[in-house]
Design a protein around this ligand. Structure first.
Ligand code: ADP
Length: 491
């Protein structure tokens, strides 16, 4: 049995008959009770009103012409108090105009006196059907409302005029709003946070072909406290079938605890990396002392072993430096000091710096002639780090006799720097992951290449901190090209 069927059986409709004529009242009761309805009678408008104030009736049969308070007054009271009660007007001497007037005021149907039991049954059963439908809608709506009110995320909906349609208690709490009756008013009366206002404004302007959601991180002060909480705000427009904007929906999710975990993780990584780096450096220095013969003669064999040990330790020093770099970047500790910079020199220096290492491996490292490059606003050291990482990767993942080409060119509003190699390449399915922290492509060819999997994630975070982006193209067995885009200084 479906849910609908079972509620139908349990549902015993309540009917109120308001009529000053006893025979009509009693007649209705007799017929409708036999139909299985619960029937209550009122002999005038006053009594009828009293009853509807106390009880909800599914259907009211209402005489329009009664001494005392008129049927029309009763009708408007019922509509105000119980909008989903279905009203049937009973018309006697009243004209058809009255019936029409009553229908306009919200009556569902009318039945002229005198009527037969069969006529009454038909009109009432139509009304009951209508009530059922209304109930379903009301249930559906209230279920939705309860759900939305219960969820911990803040939800706000505006219409196309940017007036509030809905704001759940969580939303009110997050933005610290304490008033009432805000529905229907401009959303700016509720939302004071500039960033949030801008998001909603922005959501109205995005066209259907663009992104369908704006996501931003917001810091909102907790009400009555000095502390702030961090939220992810998502705002999206919703449209009808022909693409007209009907409004926006904004959802706020608290991510303070995630931020906190992230911070602790970064602190821990920094601490460990820091503690490792110093002793490693000193071990390296001591190995060098022995290798250089300052602690006595060293055989060729011993020197080779010490060389390999030193290489491994140097790898660990690099790992700890990269971990530190990543941790401080994540914790936002690197306040980027940026200056207008002509990248020509930076690129040339990096290529020259890495050339010996490339040549040692039999790789040709070439810088294409650079055109005049407009300046970019960057942290120079960061840019060196980006280039150094990309060129080092190209050297590491390109076998001997290969070729690496570095070039730079203006592209619309960006400076595009590329580092291309003829090396191992990256399988297509791995391309999406190589910028993840600690991610390394694992196969026969990369197995013996030492690395941490951090370089590209650092490169990406630097580039993004400069409002730029990084792209990669690669074909296994043929090589890879990395493209870094940094916006030009706009005047
Ligand atoms: P690492 O080089 O220390 O492993 P990265 O984050 O710099 O870490 O790179 C991640 C992975 O991407 C590497 O392990 C490698 O598999 C792949 N990769 C990066 N650059 C290249 C390249 N130029 N050619 C081929 N594979 C590359």
């Amino acid at each position: 049995m479906t849910e609908r069927q079972s509620t139908d059986i349990l549902f015993k409709p309540k009917i109120l008959v308001v009529d000053d004529e006893k025979v009509i009242r009693e007649g209705c009761r007799e017929v409708l009770t036999l139909e299985g309805f619960e029937v209550v009678l009122a002999e005038n408008g006053e009594l009828g009103l009293k009853m509807i104030e106390e009880v909800h009736f599914d259907v009211v049969l209402l005489d329009l012409m009664m001494p005392g308070i008129s049927g029309f007054d009763v009708l408007s009271h019922i509509k105000a108090l119980h909008p989903d009660t279905t009203i049937i007007v009973i018309t006697g001497y009243a004209t058809i105009e009255h019936s029409i007037e009553a229908m306009k005021n919200g009556a569902f149907d009318f039945i002229p006196k005198p009527f037969s039991p069969a006529q009454l049954r038909v009109v009432v059963s139509k009304a009951i059907e209508h009530t059922g439908a209304l109930k379903d809608i009301a249930n559906e709506k209230s279920r939705m409302r309860i759900l939305i009110n219960l969820i911990a995320n803040g939800v706000m909906v505006t219409d196309a005029e940017k007036n509030l349609v809905l704001a759940n208690p969580a939303f009110m709490k997050i933005i610290g709003f304490k008033g009432n009756d805000i529905i229907g008013r401009p959303f700016t009366e509720l939302v004071q946070q500039e960033q949030l206002r801008q998001m909603v404004d922005h959501a109205f302007t995005i066209s259907e072909s663009e992104i369908n959601e704006i996501t931003e991180e917001l810091e909102i002060k907790k009400s009555g406290e000095d502390a702030t909480a961090t939220y992810v705000a998502r705002c999206r427009p919703f449209r009808d079938r022909i693409g007209r904007n009907l409004g926006t929906i904004t959802v706020l999710s608290d991510i303070t605890y995630l931020k906190d975990i992230n911070q602790r993780q970064s602190d821990f990584v920094s601490m460990v990396a820091h503690e490792i780096r110093s002793p490693m450096n000193s071990v390296m220095a001591q190995i060098k002392v022995v290798q250089d013969g300052l602690a006595g003669d060293v055989t060729q064999k011993q020197s080779e072993i010490l060389g390999r040990a030193s290489e491994k330790i140097s790898g660990l020093v690099t790992l700890s430096s990269e971990l530190l770099d990543m941790a401080s970047r994540e914790a936002g500790l690197i306040a980027l000091e940026r200056n207008e910079c002509d990248m020509t020199e930076v690129i040339k220096d990096q290529v020259d710096f890495h050339r010996p290492k490339a040549e040692e491996k039999g790789i040709q490292l070439k810088l294409e002639p650079l055109p005049d490059l407009p300046p970019v606003l960057v942290n120079k050291q960061n840019m060196e780090e980006v280039l150094s990482n990309l060129i080092t990767n190209a050297i590491n993942y390109t076998p001997g006799k290969g070729k690496i080409t570095v070039s730079a060119r203006p592209e619309k509003h960006h400076l595009c720097i590329s580092v291309s190699d003829t090396g191992l390449g990256i399988p297509e399915e791995e391309l999406g992951r190589i910028f993840d922290r600690f991610y390394r492509v694992k196969n026969e060819k990369t197995r013996y290449i030492i690395g941490t999997g951090l370089g590209l994630s650092i490169v990406k975070s630097i580039v993004e901190a400069h409002d730029g982006m990084i792209q990669v193209e690669s074909k296994p067995g043929h090589g890879s090209s990395f493209y870094v885009y940094i916006p030009f200084v706009t005047s």
